[in-house]
Design a protein around this ligand. Structure first.
Ligand SMILES: Nc1ncnc2c1ncn2[C@@H]1O[C@H](COP(=O)(O)OP(=O)(O)OP(=O)(O)O)[C@@H](O)[C@H]1O
Length: 257
């Protein structure tokens, strides 16, 4: 059995006006320490699938297991990072990064020390007593990453965490998040619209088609790219080849609609 198992998962939204089959019989697995991206056109069900993996929603069909258990959002084994940092504006950075630990009753001298150490490692020492509004967007997203990692989740779910940032900050943060996840050997699932980001950060890319959301194709990122930092990956020939291959597949999906 793999670390993360997505087994025949379908989800339909029922509203008073519409019935929308968002995802249809999706199955794939993620091994421990692996980084997998979900890529696909708008509306193909990426966020729906990630919310189900996080235990925020129950699928209408199928099942998920993480480390042998059904996911539950209040379990510290799952870390969730979103496009917006969702730091509490009235709390200091230190209070914000310790919040998850506090809520999960995991706050003690050691966990506090580790969280503050991670904050320093990520280049944010000195900001502990500041408030989120005093930090740039990239710094806030780094603080959000520390808060997510502080509870030592087994799997990280990243829903377009860099898409609200300027390009240069985004490239820097991709490297930083990649390094941090490798250092702690974390399993991660990333939702992104950005082919370059998917290739440069992942071991595998699951390309979804829309209406209803389903797996179109799974790409293995070449071995030679996997250990490189995301920024260095972008200048390699193997990167350009895979980029073009995925681009063509995405175009064919859009013309199929
Ligand atoms: N709460 C909801 N109620 C009803 N329909 C929904 C709801 N959330 C999503 N949908 C529908 O489910 C489908 C998949 O949506 P989802 O947001 O998961 O796709 P996505 O791939 O993440 O999209 P995007 O790339 O635009 O963020 C879409 O047709 C969407 O309209």
């Amino acid at each position: 059995m793999s670390f993360l198992n997505i087994n025949n998962v379908s989800h339909t939204y029922f509203t008073s006006r519409h019935v929308t089959k968002a995802i249809d019989h999706i199955s794939f697995t993620v091994e421990e320490g692996e980084f997998v991206s979900l890529l696909g056109p708008s509306g193909c069900g990426k966020t729906t699938l990630l919310s189900i993996i996080a235990g925020l929603m129950q699928p209408t069909e199928g099942e998920i297991s993480i480390d042998g258990k059904r996911p539950h959002v209040q379990h510290s084994s799952i870390g969730y990072m979103l496009q917006q940092d969702y730091l509490f504006p009235w709390k200091t950075i230190e209070e914000n990064i310790l919040l998850g630990l506090k809520m999960m009753k995991l706050l003690n001298e050691t966990s506090k020390h580790d969280a503050l150490q991670l904050l320093a490692d990520i280049g944010l020492n000195g900001v502990e007593k500041q408030f989120p509004r005093q930090l740039s967007g990239g710094m806030r997203q780094r603080a959000a990453l520390v808060r997510t990692l502080a509870v030592k989740p087994k799997v990280l779910l990243l829903d377009e965490p860099f898409s609200a940032l300027d390009f240069q900050t985004k490239l820097k943060l991709e490297d930083l998040v990649f390094d941090t996840l490798k250092q702690f050997k974390k399993t991660a699932v990333l939702v992104t619209h950005d082919i370059g980001e998917a290739i440069s950060m992942s071991d595998r890319i699951v390309l979804l088609a829309a209406k209803p959301g389903r797996i179109h194709k799974i790409f293995n990122v070449p071995e030679e790219l996997r250990e490189l930092k995301p920024f260095s990956v972008r200048s390699k020939e193997a990167y350009s080849l895979l980029f073009n291959e995925i681009w063509k597949e995405l175009e064919s999906l859009e013309t199929d609609e």
